[in-house]
Ligand binder design. Structure first.
Ligand SMILES: Nc1ncnc2c1ncn2[C@@H]1O[C@H](COP(=O)(O)OP(=O)(O)OP(=O)(O)O)[C@@H](O)[C@H]1O
Ligand SMILES: [Mn+2]
Length: 506
């Protein structure tokens, strides 16, 4: 081959190779862009938003902050193989007020000790010690207000009911609750009726000693997550979420959730044998030879959504009944950060940056403890992913400065790989938290027992343990970190940190 031919062949081969390299490069750029590949459902969601939501959403900063945060946090979250490590750090980057870079978290980086927040908590404590009035804090019990003393042979039910105080449902050291829960888990059942009202099936259980509990049956295995296309208001209730919420509420020091315990019941002997009327008519044997029933209610009370035993054993949650409404009437309040409960509409707080300013003007949030209680509820709900806090109740007898009850947590613990940051809206819109709540969050963050471990250990005494699927426990630690990040952002932009972290001396 002549030199000239060789040169021509070499040049042509070079050109071919160059073309191949260029084509490959373009391909790689197209497929391995820095942005995550948009999944089909995200595109559908986007197109849908364009069509239906843009009209109402006019660029609320907090709403978009939360949306961006939640999008960022959840980009990889739905995939159990990619848990959202360092989710809290990601939140930092989206704060319009913080121009900082989001710190990259790797498993080797020790957790942020939040020394800045600990310092503020300590300052609040020192100040409150100095200024605390000597007067005894007024915290009456129902027993005191009703003028009822416990007889010597009082049942645990009476002891629990009459011991409910303005500040809490039970005392931190009171052994009554644990004893009562042990009884509820084993005591013979003598009577059952379906609870009127509410959306999903619940039974009122009467025990041999005359006590009552509210029973919510298990519908799914623990691992079942909220269906992707279900809204919070169509989500099925989870009995184990009710149990777990009671433990979480107690661990955070609120003691505003009704005590709840798990129990296995024999449908044949403990439900079917005692059912009457309309409820009785809904029992049947499934094609798989299991005993089932569905009751009557406005959601999911039909043959297709029946509750079935295995073949007749069924797990459920038993909530200790509150005192009757005749003896201790309750007031129902609409939650200011209630969601719209409409598939295309948004609530005002979702589109109004200054929504908290409005709330602060309105009774009972304009004075006393109530706004701080709403912050506590938001913390509790965010940790368990509960978006269904539409109303809350208080005992009328204690007046407006009493603790709200934490009821109805059946829709918590549904999405362990998703952190719904908008549940924290009360906290990031008001930039407010009770110092005692922050102190307990910091304690669970810095250890020695992280929130997930403390929760695992608390739940281990329940008869239906393990109450929670492990990823829900992991989610608690991750979400706790997000709350602390949100508080830090608030403190950083506040004129005075003591406007954010508050001791209400309630
Ligand atoms: N332990 C309890 N003792 C007495 N009453 C209770 C108890 N738990 C709940 N209730 C009452 O029953 C009502 C319904 O309970 P819950 O909210 O748990 O059920 P639900 O089916 O989720 O109701 P809804 O669909 O209205 O949210 C509550 O609003 C409350 O007034
Ligand atoms: Mn409910």
């Amino acid at each position: 081959m002549k030199l000239k031919e060789r040169v021509v062949i070499a040049v042509m081969t070079g050109l071919v190779l160059l073309t191949v390299v260029l084509v490959l490069d373009v391909e790689t750029r197209l497929t391995s862009d820095d942005r995550p590949h948009t999944p089909a459902h995200a595109r559908v969601q986007y197109a849908f938003r364009q069509r239906h939501l843009q009209k109402t959403s006019n660029g609320s900063r907090e709403a978009s902050l939360a949306a961006a945060a939640s999008a960022q946090l959840n980009a990889a979250n739905d995939d159990p193989a990619h848990p959202p490590a360092g989710a809290g750090e990601a939140l930092l980057g989206v704060g319009a007020t913080s121009g900082r870079e989001a710190p990259k978290s790797t498993p080797t980086v020790p957790p942020d000790p939040y020394d800045d927040l600990i310092k503020v908590v300590m300052k609040v404590e020192t100040l409150s010690k100095k200024t605390r009035r000597r007067r005894k804090h007024w915290n009456p019990t129902l027993g005191e207000l009703l003028g009822l003393d416990l007889r010597e042979n009082a049942t645990l039910w009476d002891t629990f009911h009459l011991g409910i105080s303005r500040d809490e449902l039970y005392g931190s050291e009171d052994p009554t609750v644990n004893r009562l829960l042990q009884q509820v888990a084993t005591m013979p059942i003598t009577h059952i009726t379906q609870k009127e009202g509410g959306t999903q099936l619940k039974l009122i259980i009467e025990f041999i000693d005359g006590g009552h509990a509210l029973f919510k049956p298990m519908r799914f295995p623990r691992e079942q997550q909220t269906l992707k296309n279900h809204f919070y208001f169509t989500d099925f209730e989870r009995h184990n979420a009710e149990i777990a919420a009671f433990h979480l509420d107690r661990m955070l020091g609120f003691r505003r959730a009704v005590p709840i315990v798990g129990r296995n019941v024999n449908i044949t002997q403990e439900l079917y044998a005692l059912a009457q009327g309309d409820l009785l008519k809904t029992f049947f044997i499934s094609p798989d030879n299991n005993l089932c029933f569905h009751g009557k209610c406005s959601y999911y009370c039909d043959t297709a959504h029946a509750i079935c035993g295995n073949p007749d054993m069924l797990e459920g949650s038993f909530a200790i009944f509150l005192p009757g409404k005749e003896a201790a009437p309750r007031k129902v309040w609409r939650h200011p950060w209630r969601r719209s409960y409409h598939k295309r509409r948004k609530a005002q707080w979702e589109v109004d940056d200054d929504y908290c300013d409005l709330v602060k003007e309105v009774h009972p949030y304009n004075e006393g403890r109530r706004l701080l209680d709403i912050m506590d509820m938001s913390v509790l709900d965010f940790l368990m992913g509960n978006m269904d806090r539409h109303h809350y109740e208080t005992f009328k007898m204690f007046g407006n400065n009493s603790a709200p009850l934490h009821l109805d947590h059946g829709r918590g613990f549904g999405k362990p790989f998703h952190d719904e940051v908008s549940i924290l809206a009360p906290v990031y819109q008001c930039c407010l938290i009770r110092h005692s709540t922050l102190a307990s969050l910091l304690r669970y963050h810095t250890g020695p027992h992280r929130l997930s471990e403390a929760m695992r250990s608390s739940l281990s005494v329940d008869p239906v343990n393990p109450v929670l699927w492990e990823p829900h426990l992991t989610a608690l630690d991750r979400r706790l970190n997000i709350i602390l990040q949100v508080i830090r952002e608030c403190v950083e932009k506040a004129q005075d940190p003591l406007h954010v972290i508050v001791n209400d001396f309630h």
